[in-house]
Design a protein around this ligand. Structure first.
Ligand code: P6P
Length: 336
């Protein structure tokens, strides 16, 4: 296929842009891409084989674990351990992080935090789901196993981040701090091919993504912002649209392409909201900032938050900079 640039070729080409790159991060990214192809195969045939439905277990989040959640979790962990560049994984599905002990991986220079299958409640109804991953250089001594401190670095320290969306087509979107690039899986050749080079999010947008079913549990400032979004059609000739899929990867991917804001705020009884900092908010915020957007917890930059523990949650306002800034105005007004 003339003119097609595969993910492998892209990674290798970009690596030569950084003469001191050891190639470890490149190989780690390729391991993640391989695992996502395996997960994609299972997600795509979910309706046909016995991988739908739940396992009967609940995870550390208290959420019921779907069969595909477990399959995805095992696939990514196995691929990362085999690769050797990653010395440990923190997953939404595991209460504690996993420190690899095999001689071939325990000295790896990176750790990965991952939500192996985000939005999995949508699987049984055939709505897009995704994988979200965050990559850090380890800070612990390579003489020992990886430690919690490797995973509890600020989001601004990420070496890389990305997501895979298993939708009408399967795409892998990632950044290593030098812009954002999107690759679409061509099943006929089994390769991710560059389809969205140098992705940038529109500075402004007309789409807001929030679960308004929680409206009466939102802080007053969020209620006021949502009313502002609803009234746009009355006050201007550019009304906003509400689009909420219930799958963060799908909502953020759409907003990354056409502009928009994704909000999961604090709720009555849930002061930190629902979305996890380490393996959802940080990687998505790194991507959106690299694409020219913004990500806050209402006021603070997400990537500046010092993680305290692996599964901690944070409110998140993520997307087009004009929209996130406007929401921040309401937040700042509400906290005066
Ligand atoms: P709610 C999926 O469980 C998820 O983590 C995100 O992908 C999604 O945006 C959000 O939670 C949906 O949560 O409470 O609106 O159903």
């Amino acid at each position: 296929m003339i003119g097609v640039q595969t993910l492998d070729e892209f990674i290798i080409r970009r690596q030569t842009d950084f003469p001191y790159a050891t190639g470890e991060l490149s190989r780690l990214l390729r391991n993640i891409a391989l695992a996502s192809k395996i997960v994609n195969r299972e997600v795509n045939k979910a309706g046909l084989v016995d991988v739908l439905g739940t396992t009967g277990f609940t995870n550390v989040q208290g959420e019921e674990v779907k069969k595909l959640d477990l399959l995805a979790n095992k696939t990514f962990i196995a691929s990362l351990e085999l690769g050797g560049q990653c010395c440990g994984v923190a997953s939404e599905e595991n209460e504690e992080f996993i420190a690899f002990e095999a001689e071939s991986s325990r000295k790896g220079g990176y750790v990965v935090a991952i939500d192996p299958l985000d939005g999995s409640s949508n699987i049984d109804v055939n709505v897009s789901v995704g994988t979200i991953f965050s990559i850090y250089r380890r800070v612990s001594s390579p003489e020992g196993l990886c430690k919690a401190e490797d995973f509890l670095q600020k989001g601004s320290e990420q070496a890389g981040a990305g997501y895979v969306i298993y939708g009408s087509s399967t795409m892998l979107v990632y950044t290593t701090g030098h812009g954002v690039n999107g690759f679409t899986l061509d099943p006929s050749i089994g390769e991710f091919c560059l389809s969205h080079p140098d992705m940038t999010i529109p500075q402004d947008g007309k789409t807001y993504s929030v679960n308004t079913g929680n409206f009466y549990d939102f802080p007053e400032s969020v209620k006021e912002y949502i009313k502002y979004c609803k009234e746009r059609g009355q006050q201007t000739n550019s009304p906003y649209s509400a689009r909420y899929i219930g799958s963060m990867v799908a909502d953020v991917h759409r907003n990354l392409i056409i502009g928009g804001i994704y909000i999961y705020p604090s709720l009555n009884g849930f002061p930190d909201g629902k979305i996890r900092l380490v393996y959802e908010c940080n990687p998505m915020s790194f991507i959106v900032e690299q694409a020219g957007g913004m990500a806050t917890d209402g006021s603070r930059r997400i990537l500046d938050i010092e993680p305290r523990e692996l599964h901690q949650r944070t409110p998140i306002f993520l997307g087009s900079s004009e929209m996130v800034s406007k929401a921040k105005e309401f937040f700042d007004k509400g906290t005066k």
